[in-house]
Ligand binder design. Structure first.
Ligand SMILES: Nc1nc2c(c(=O)[nH]1)N[C@H]1C(S)=C(S)[C@@H](COP(=O)(O)O)O[C@H]1N2
Ligand SMILES: [Mo]
Length: 350
């Protein structure tokens, strides 16, 4: 790494944990192992007084309590969620923010109410172009005080798979994951999934809040307007095989048969292939791919390896049906987003 991690980055890293890669073994990430990203503080929410309002460019303004939402028809979706900053710490120079290596991912079964059904009930007006989702959490970024807010174009907000979730893996949302309600937008990077949701507002102009205009854009310099970060680029990760050294996490394994395994996902289209390399990307072989729990969930893959003594750099890479593939190395951008470069795992076979 070009420069050491600063205390500011460590402060963020100590609050926002990743999913240990051995947890790629689970179809559904146990909630305590799911990664966590909280821009400001976890807000204190009283579920008895909490309400969700749906307003702005609507004919019928709604104000709903948690019990009102739970009375409605419930839907479920299993979705893999990844932070747009996953892989940031590998960029040189490293953008100063949460210094993720590769672990900012998890898969959960979300249960809640279809967003489209509430929007239909509120009857969006012709003028509505974006739908803004506001969380209860507040903070300051680069001098701008704000509530955490993200928006979606109206046509995306009405898609079938979006939901307002009050349960994660069969239990009420934990405080850190957005209790009592969060938006779930399968296929999009994590920042879209607004936690501690308190209002939904249809607006008649494209939303230009901080998390759209200043953050979450792919751009080569601060001056550039850039393009918005939206869906998850394809990525495959493997469970690092063998055992780690405590301090360096360098890995050792015994000779003989090894079942390499991991997960692959893409927010653009179904993953249609995963390849494994045993020689640092010089040659690639096809891994066996299993079906996912849903079109939005990661797919498990396996690869049998007869390990002979020596040093290896293992790698894996995924592609999707839309023709997206993982690059060998990162491409730098100001915010350090969407770095889906191929994972490499050095191992020594004893
Ligand atoms: N209100 C609110 N929603 C938020 C955030 C936040 O800081 N505040 N962080 C976002 C980001 S950047 C990510 S990656 C995901 C993380 O969700 P998780 O912590 O449940 O894994 O939540 C998103 N939703
Ligand atoms: Mo994120």
């Amino acid at each position: 790494m070009a420069e050491g991690i600063s205390l500011e980055e460590l402060q963020l890293a100590a609050r926002n944990h990743g999913m240990p890669l051995e947890a790629l073994r689970y179809d559904l990430t146990p909630v305590g192992l799911h990664y966590l990203l909280i821009h400001y503080d976890i807000p204190a929410v009283d579920p008895d007084t909490w309400t969700l309002t749906v307003g702005g460019q609507v004919a019928e303004r709604l104000s709903l309590r948690l019990a009102d939402l739970k009375e409605r028809e419930a839907v479920e979706v299993t979705a893999t969620m990844e932070c747009a900053g996953n892989g940031r710490a590998a960029l040189i120079p490293r953008p100063v923010s949460q210094p993720w290596l590769l672990e900012a991912v998890g898969t959960a079964r979300w249960r809640g109410v279809r967003l489209a059904s509430l929007l239909e009930e509120a009857q969006l007006l012709e003028e509505a172009v974006d739908v803004v989702f506001t969380g209860l959490d507040r903070g300051i970024e680069k001098g701008v005080e704000q509530r955490y807010q993200r928006a979606l174009p109206v046509e995306v907000a009405f898609s079938d798979d979006l939901l307002l979730a009050y349960e994660m893996n069969g239990a009420p949302l934990l405080p850190q994951h957005g209790f009592p309600l969060r938006l779930v937008v399968p296929g999009w990077y994590g920042m879209t999934n607004v936690k501690w949701l308190t209002s939904i507002t249809a607006v008649d102009e494209p939303f230009a809040g901080y998390q759209h205009a200043a953050a979450y854009r792919l751009r080569a310099s601060e001056e550039e307007e850039g393009t918005p970060v939206t869906r998850m680029a394809p990525r495959s990760l493997m469970v690092p095989p063998g055992i780690p050294d405590f301090h360096t996490r360098a890995r050792t394994l015994e000779r003989g048969p090894v079942l390499l395994q991991g997960r692959a996902w893409s927010g653009h289209a179904a993953v249609n292939g995963v390849e494994v390399s045993l020689d640092d990307g010089a040659t690639w072989q096809e891994a066996a791919l299993e079906p996912g729990a849903s079109p939005w969930a990661w797919r498990r893959w396996t690869f049998g390896w007869e390990a002979e003594p020596g040093r290896y750099v293992l790698a894996c890479r995924a592609s999707d049906e839309a023709g997206n593939a993982q690059p060998d190395g990162p491409s730098w951008n100001v915010g350090g987003y969407s770095n889906n470069a191929v994972q490499r795992v050095p191992v020594t076979v004893a």
